[in-house]
Structure formats: C-alpha cells, structure tokens
Design a protein around this ligand. Structure first.
Ligand SMILES: [Zn+2]
Length: 286
C-alpha cells in the first residue's frame, strides 16, 4: 500500500486504534506500536510519548526515529534492540554474517537505525503490558491493552496473509510453536496482527491453530524431500517449488533462513541427519 493510501486511525475498541497499511501501526494512549508503514507525517496532531516495537524487522520500526526526534521514547526488547540500533545485523544474518551486496537486499529488509531508550523487560505501564513471543525473532513481544486489544506483531498471521505468503517465517520453529500455544491462552478480545486485518478472539485462535499446522506442514515437506540426501540449495529449490512460492530474492532469503531453523529442530528431535560431502552439505531424514 502506498503512503498516500494510509487511512486515518481506526478504533478497535476503547482507546485502542490501528492504522491499516502494509504493516499495521497501533495507537494507544500516546503509544505508537510498530511505526513501520506510518510515521510522524501520518500521525501529525497525535501526541506520541513512546514508541513500542514488537520486533526488530524494519517493516515494523522504519519510522521510529521520526518520533524519537520529536521527543518520544523508543522501547524495544533487549534482544531485538540490537536489530533496531544496527539494522545491518539483519542483513548480515541473511548472508551468514558476511556483508551482502546491497543490490541483493531490497528496501524491505534495509533498516532505519534508531536508538532504543528503554527495554521492554524494564518498562511498565498498568494499562498496557508486554508478552514475550519469541520465534519469528528472538526478542519478539506482543502488547495487550486494558481494552483487551492484542497487538501481536508477526507472532501470528491471519488466514488472509497465508494466501499471499504461504511461508510461516521463523528463525526457531520450536520457540514459534511455544509462542503460538501461549497466544491461545492469553486474555484478549481482539488481535491486531502486524499484517492483515484485525481478528476477534475466536478467529485469532483459529489462526493460531492454522499457523501451528503450517509449521508442521513445513516439517512434513522437508521430511518428504530428504528421503535421499539433498543439498541445502536443492532443498530450498524443491521446497519453494512445492509451495509455489513467489519467485523473488526476498523469498529466497526468507526460505533459506526458515528451512535452516526447521532442519535444526528436526536434528534435535533425531529425525534428521547431515553429512558434508565434497564441500557440500547434505540433509537426509532418519
Ligand atoms: Zn517480522
């Protein structure tokens, strides 16, 4: 969605609002949550005392520094503050810590560095509280307001998003599962996900189950494709073909990272083995 198409804040309930866009931005009593698509210009006239960041992906904090320049405090988790302060870490992560050629990294992944003033772990407000939901990143948090509105970042995808992306991105499949199970037990009436439309609780619970099934489906496909030893690169190709993923360098990077997370978990569970042969890493199911 282009910037000009960004709409005025929409009330979810009580004092909890959101601005729909490519990445949704939340608003609650002077807090702006995940200013990835909406910045100071879009929120002119709204008093913002603090910026809450669910996780350190650029599409969730791109405009944080604009609010900080106007005096707002920026609050992120200890783990993900590293990514907000030094967004290049995310890019290096994709490229095994080497410096990637910038032409291989789209704007979507490139960050607008911002100082973090306070850690979520040390921040407290009786009207809105933080819930750790690691898996998509190590330090992801969701925020639940006293109105019963849960801003879930990228810890939960709506079914609408599944049709578009098909890929349950996580860096740690097991942590991701635990966070989804936790989401099913939390107390809230509405979820405002990072992407897609808000969901009433019942729909969010179904989305959590769908997300959990999607993670299992990834394991199943990996186990099918590793009946014979297969190289990392061939596995990425076969897996992407199976899910008919959108052909882009973005999706390639996301798939590489996500598959490695699943392979790691399958090895821990004793379902997968690996062998290095002729300088090439092969994976095969047990
Ligand atoms: Zn994300």
């Amino acid at each position: 969605m282009a910037k000009s198409e960004i709409t005025a804040p929409i009330k979810v309930t009580g004092n909890s609002y959101y601005i729909p866009s490519m990445s949704n931005t939340g608003l609650f009593k002077g807090y702006v949550i995940d200013p990835g698509s909406s910045g100071y210009e879009e929120l002119k006239g709204v008093h913002v005392h603090s910026v809450l960041i669910t996780h350190g992906h650029n599409d969730h904090f791109r405009h944080a520094c604009e609010f900080r320049e106007k005096g707002a405090r920026v609050i992120a988790s200890k783990d993900d503050a590293l990514l907000v302060r030094n967004p290049e870490v995310n890019l290096r992560g994709l490229f095994s810590w080497a410096k990637p050629p910038m032409e291989m990294v789209t704007h979507f992944f490139q960050g607008n560095a911002c100082e973090v003033d306070e850690y979520i772990e040390e921040w407290q407000d009786s009207s809105i509280w933080a819930v750790p939901l690691p898996g998509h990143t190590l330090g992801e948090y969701g925020f639940i307001t006293e109105d019963g509105v849960f801003y879930s970042g990228d810890s939960l995808y709506s079914e609408q998003i599944w049709g578009k992306y098909k890929l349950p991105y996580s860096i740690d499949r097991n942590l991701c599962r635990e966070s989804l199970q936790k989401i099913k037990t939390l107390d809230y009436d509405y979820v405002v996900p990072g992407h897609g439309v808000p969901m009433p609780r019942q729909e969010a619970l179904m989305a959590a189950d769908y997300h959990l099934e999607a993670l299992d489906r990834v394991d199943d496909i990996i186990l099918e494709l590793t009946a014979e030893p297969i190289s990392t690169e061939d596995l990425v190709t076969e897996f992407s073909n199976r899910l008919e993923l959108y052909k882009s360098i973005n999706n390639y990077w996301l798939t590489v990272v996500m598959l490695k997370g699943h392979l790691s978990d399958l090895i821990d569970k004793g379902k997968m083995k690996y062998q290095l042969e002729n300088y090439c890493m092969y994976w095969y199911r047990v």
